[in-house]
Structure formats: structure tokens, C-alpha cells
Ligand binder design. Sequence first.
Ligand SMILES: Cc1cc2nc3c(=O)[nH]c(=O)nc-3n(C[C@H](O)[C@H](O)[C@H](O)COP(=O)(O)OP(=O)(O)OC[C@H]3O[C@@H](n4cnc5c(N)ncnc54)[C@H](O)[C@@H]3O)c2cc1C
Length: 474
Amino acid sequence: MDYDVIIIGAGPGGIYAAYELVKNRPALRVAIFEAGKRLDERRCPIDGVKVKSCINCKSCSIMSGFGGAGAFSDGKYNITNDFGGSLYEYIGKDQALELMRFVDGINLAHGGEGTRLYSTANTALKKTCMQNKLKLLDAQVRHLGTDINHIVLERLFDELKNSADFFFLSPVEHVTPIGSSESSKYVATTESGKPINSGFRIQTADGTFTCKRCIVSVGRSGSAWMERACRELGIPTQSNRVDLGVRVELPAALFAHLTDELYESKIVYRTEKFEDHVRTFCMNPHGIVVNENTNGIITVNGHSYEDPARQTENTNFALLVSKHFTEPFSDSNGYGESIARLSNMLGGGVILQRFGDLIRGRRSTVDRIQNGFVTPTLKAEPGDLSLVLPKRILDGIIEMIYALDKIAPGTANDNTLLYGVEVKFYNMQVELAKNLETRHAGLYVIGDGSGVTHSLSHASASGVFVARDILSRL
Ligand SMILES: Cc1cc2nc3c(=O)[nH]c(=O)nc-3n(C[C@H](O)[C@H](O)[C@H](O)COP(=O)(O)OP(=O)(O)OC[C@H]3O[C@@H](n4cnc5c(N)ncnc54)[C@H](O)[C@@H]3O)c2cc1C
């Protein structure tokens, strides 16, 4: 065997798995294959001057490379089982929280010391939310900020590069169990029904490598590959949900009482009209709104920085509605993509609308945005979101904005900006045992690519968990 363990994907899931493996067993031969670039080579060409919009690079520096999708993120590590994934369903609530705290400790030891840990425990805001038909979810939030998050990743890479082999710009093409035929028809199985194999063959454009154990951590950008790999390996999958909505941007002062105390408040509202759940997501106090490119479709997201010099006067957050589909339709991501495509078709990218224009049933224009009191932090095409978002989703978002106005007066002001669409795609759910192992003994799937997690903290915790499972069996 070339390696004891091969990890596919150097996002948080892969990084923390590698870290736990090599820290505990320095002699272990570990390799990490990553489709994207090294952290110091990751650069999105959009500069707002020469390159104004996405040019569909072969490897998207925002989503791929060392650090994964989280590299330029706000670095909010939420320590909670209430959101961010369902890891606790596999490994139990206590262990999931313990691992998230463990990851927090690693982050602090690699540059995160001094960053603040926010908490919803004992906050009076919970009662205020309840009194206004809103629910504040429980969490502790470590906010690294985009800049410190980058430093933590740099330091982790500096340490890991001496103990593990990194292969960048090396997307894995196929994973094949050694000892099985090259198809999903297994040669023999163990008593528990797992195919017997003596390792895995990892095929890339530059060659084939072998390993005893393989951890797949390909994240959201690897979803199409993951689907194909599961088909090739005979691993069952299930469709997941899609979250659709808008990103709200308003003066930071309006949300300061929430963000100063909690930084990120996850608030859920149940709509009166359809009894749908609408929730706040990814809150960025004094942050900026950014474009996100998923398979060539431009959607919206947000960042914020710890460094006061890079902070703005606005706060942004998403309002999302989850859509689950039942028979006969199962392509929830396809549904989300179609709606995002529609916004791209009408606006050439993300559409921007003032809340006041949306309520009056008219599009926003450059003049109306310029005359408003909130200066957008993202250059987006003024337009009409009611032509893009389905009525049920839009009605839910409008209801929630009025509900938030009761706990943060001013949220429903005419000048509040809405960017659309924000889509949160989820990978399909890969069939996994409680230890995150597939039906092939020694082949694990972790992080967002598994459909089990959808956050930095849960993805990282799943990496540590699987590394420990492997170490206990080697
Ligand atoms: C702009 C943005 C902001 C975010 N902010 C936050 C936040 O503040 N807090 C939070 O909790 N979450 C946030 N998230 C989500 C968070 O980044 C992800 O949940 C997390 O990165 C998932 O980690 P992962 O390791 O599972 O996958 P990823 O981080 O997606 O990493 C997967 C890696 O695998 C590589 N890969 C894919 N296919 C292959 C292949 N075939 N061969 C080799 N390599 C492959 C990819 O290039 C990628 O680098 C944000 C996401 C974005 C895009």
C-alpha cells in the first residue's frame, strides 16, 4: 500500500481528520488529494474592475483548495446540535458537542486565541423572541472572522505539510475497493454484510494510489462527483432538502442589541399563512454581501471581518425557507438551481431590491437604491424578486421581516435591502453506519459531502471522529 490513509478533499472535514491522525500516530502514512489549489494560491479573479463577474475558473478558488468552502468564510464555528448538521444522530449529542469543543481548542491554539465565544445561555433575548412568535436556537458561537480563520488554516497547513503528503489540483476520479471486481458487484462479504477488500485504489489524472483506509470529504463542490462515486460503489443515497430565500442588509445599529450579545442569532419563525419555517442564517455584523458561484450559478452569501478597519456600517443575514419534496419529485437541488438560474437570467447575476419596492409591487432601480438610506455592499442588479421567488417562499420571508421588526424595529423599513437569491444546497444523504463508514469496510464519508453536516464545526468534528475510529482499529 502507498498510504495507510488517503483523504479526498482538504476542507475542514479532511483537514481535522488529517490533523487528528498525524498528531496521534506520526508514523502513519497519510495523503490528501485536493481538487483545488494551496491556500496561498487561492485567488478569485473578480476584482470589480477588470473582472466584474464570474468567469467560471476550472478550479473555483472560493469553493475549492486547502480550507475548502470555509477558507474565505466568516469562520463562525457554532457549537450546537440545534443546527449545522445531524452528526449527533450518528455519534450522540454529547460526543458531537465534545468534538466541536475539541476543534475549537485546535483553532485557538493555531491563531484563534483572543477571539470571542458568544452564547445564547441566559440571554433575555430568548424571552423577547418568544413574546413575538420567534424562537431563538441555543448555541455557542466562536467567531474567528475571515482574517483569523485564514491564519488558523495557514498554521494548520504549515504543521500538516511536514507529516502528510498533499496533492493539489488533483481531483480524484475514481475510488475502487481492492479485492473486489471493478464494479459494484462484490466478491465476498463479511458476516455483517460488508464487502471484503484489502484497501482502496484512488485514481487521479496523474496516476493511481493505494491505501488501507479512505476518507471522502468532498464537500458541497464535490456533490456531483460524490453521487457518481456512490453509484459506482453501490452505496445507496437519499435526496436532501434545499433552502431558498434572500440575504437581508440593513444598518448594523438596528441589530446591534442582538449581534453585540450573540453575534450570530439563529431565529426561527413559523408563518401564519402556510405554517412554513423561515429562519435567519449566517449573520454578519458590520459585514459585506458577496457573490457565490455554485456550478456556474451565481447566488448570494455574506462575510464579516474581525479587523475593525475592514468592517462596514451594515449587517447582513439570510432568511431561508426549507423545501423538502416527496414522491414523485426528488431533485430538490435541481429545483433550487432553477430558481437561482431565473434570477441570473433576469439580473445577469444576483438581484437587489428594497423592501419598500417589494411591498409596493415594483422593481427597484439604480435611482431608488441610490436614494435609499442603506448603501449596498455588493454591486447587484436592481430588480424585482417577486418575479423570481415562488409566492409561498416570498410570503414567508415578508411575514418574517415583519416579525423581526418587532424585536429589531426598523427591519421592515422601506430601505432594507434584499438580495436574491440565496440558496443553500445540501448534498444527498449517503447511507452510512453510526461510525460514518460506508458499506465498504474502511471507506468513510464525512463533512458536507456526506449530507450529514453543513457547517464548519460539524464537518470538522466529523473528521476528528472518523480519524479516532480509524486509529482505534489500526
Ligand atoms: C462563503 C461561505 C461562507 C460560509 N460561512 C460559514 C460559516 O461562517 N460557518 C459555518 O459553519 N459554515 C460556513 N460555510 C459552510 C462551510 O464552509 C462548510 O460547511 C464547510 O466548509 C464544509 O466542510 P467540508 O470539509 O465538508 O467540505 P468543503 O469545505 O466543501 O471541502 C471539500 C473539499 O473537497 C475538494 N474536492 C471536491 N471534490 C474532490 C475530488 N473529486 N477530489 C479531490 N478533492 C475534491 C474541494 O475542492 C474542497 O476543497 C460557508 C460556506 C461558504 C461558501
